[in-house]
Design a protein around this ligand. Sequence first.
Ligand code: C2E
Ligand code: CA
Ligand code: CA
Length: 439
Amino acid sequence: MRSAARNLETVMNDELTGLASVEAARATLEKWQMQAAEQGKTAPVHAMLLGLGRFDAVNLAYGESVGDGALVTVAQRILHFSEDEFEQGDWLVARLGGGKFLLAAHEACSRERWQWLAEALADAVAHPITGLDSSGTLRLWPRIALMRPAPGEGPALIFDRLGETLEEARTKHGKRVLWSDGGLTVPGRRSALVDADLLAALDRQEIEIVYQPQVSLSDDAIIGAEALARWQHPELGRIGASQLFVIAERTDHVAQLSRHIATRALTQAATWPVGQRLSINVTPADLASANFADEFIKLVENCAFDPENLSLEITEHALLDNLESSAKTLLTLKAHGMRVALDDFGAGFCNFRYLKILPLDAIKLDRTMIDGIGSDERDLAVLRGIMAMAKALGLRVIAEGVETSEQRAIIEREGCDYYQGFLRATPMSNAEFIDIVTG
Ligand code: C2E
Ligand code: CA
Ligand code: CA
C-alpha cells in the first residue's frame, strides 16, 4: 500500500493497515507547524478523528480476524477518500490504535468544507462491509470529532482534544459529527444542502472536466486522455469525482450527470488534434437504461466527435445487473466504432464472467494492482497471470496509477500496452491537455 504519510522521510507505518502510525502522524503535524513557524506563519491545519463505535463488540461477536479485516477496509476507504478529495495536496491518514483514525490536511479550508468532508467520510465508512467471512454484512457506526488547531497547539494537544470530543459526541450529544470548540452543527444539514444543489450545479456549469493523459509504453507518445469530473462548489470548494457520484446516486441523478459530463467532454475533445482518443467512464446504471446506446450514439454525432476515437470505460463498482443486455448495448456502440475497456480490473471482486460475456477491447488494471509490483513478488505474479490471460483473449492492457519509473519499467517488461498515472501527468484542464499534445 502507498504510504499514507506524505512527504515523510522516515515512514512509520501501522502494521495492520499500512497507514501512518501515531509517531508518524505526530512527526508530520510537527513538520507542518515548524515549516510555517519558520516563515512567521501559522500552519493552516485541519484535523478529524474518526472512531468506530463499539468496535470491541465486533471482535467479540465475529472474532479478531473479521475485526482486523474490517479495520483494513475502513483504512482503505479513508485513504481513497482522501486521495480523491485532496489529490496532490499535503495530507495525512493515520491509525491511532484500535478503531481510531486521524485525517489531517495541510490546507486553508473553510469550516463548512471540513464539516462536509467529515459527513461524507462518515457515510463512506458506514457503508456495509461484505466478504470478510461467511457472516455476511458488517455495518460500522463511525463518529467524527473535528478541529482546527489554534496557534501553538501541538500534536499531543490535538490528539487529546479530538479524543475528548469524540467521547463527548458519543456520550453527551449522541452526535455523529462534533466540533471540538463545541460549535453547533445540524446533523446532515450540509449533505442535504449539497444534494439539493446538484441539478442547479449542472446549469451553473460548476461541473468541470479534467483530462488525464494516456500514454503508449512502446514510444511514450500520448494517445489520448480520460475525462474525469470535478465539482467546483461555490462554498465547499472542489468535490472529487467519487463523492460527486455518491451524491448523484443518492439523489437519483446519475443519468443527468453522466450525460452532462459526456456532452462537455465530447464537445471539448472534438477540437483535439486528429487521432487523440477520448476515454469516458460509463456506469452500470448508464448501461442498464433502455435507450442508452441510441441516445449515446446521437450525442457523439451532435458533438461532432469521431466515434472511432472514443473509448468507454466500464466502471465496475457494482456488479452489472444484466450482463447479456449490457453486452448487447456495448455491441451496438462498438458497431459504431467505439472501443470498450473494463475499468478497475483487479480491485475488489474480479468477475471473470465479464471477460467471457462482454465484448471488450481492453482491460484497465486498477491502481491497487500496480502499487506493489516493485516490492511484492506476489503482486508481480498476479500481474503476470493477468497479462497471460489478457493476451490469450486478445485484449489490450492499460495500467492505471503508475507513479514511479520502476513501476513503468515493470509493466513495459511484462507486456502492458499503455499507462496512465502521476508519473507522466496528473489530470489537467482541456487547454493544458491540448498544449502538451501540440507542444
Ligand atoms: P477511475 O476511472 O479509476 O479514475 C482514475 C482515478 O485515479 C482518478 O481519480 C485519477 O485522478 C486517479 N489517478 C490517476 N493516476 C493516479 C496515480 O498515479 N496515483 C493515484 N493515487 N491516483 C491516480 P478521480 O478523478 O478522483 O476519479 C475517481 C473515480 O470516479 C474514477 O475512477 C471513476 O470511477 C469515477 N469518475 C470520475 N469521473 C467520472 C465521470 O465523468 N463519469 C463517471 N461515470 N465516473 C467518473
Ligand atoms: Ca476510469
Ligand atoms: Ca480505474
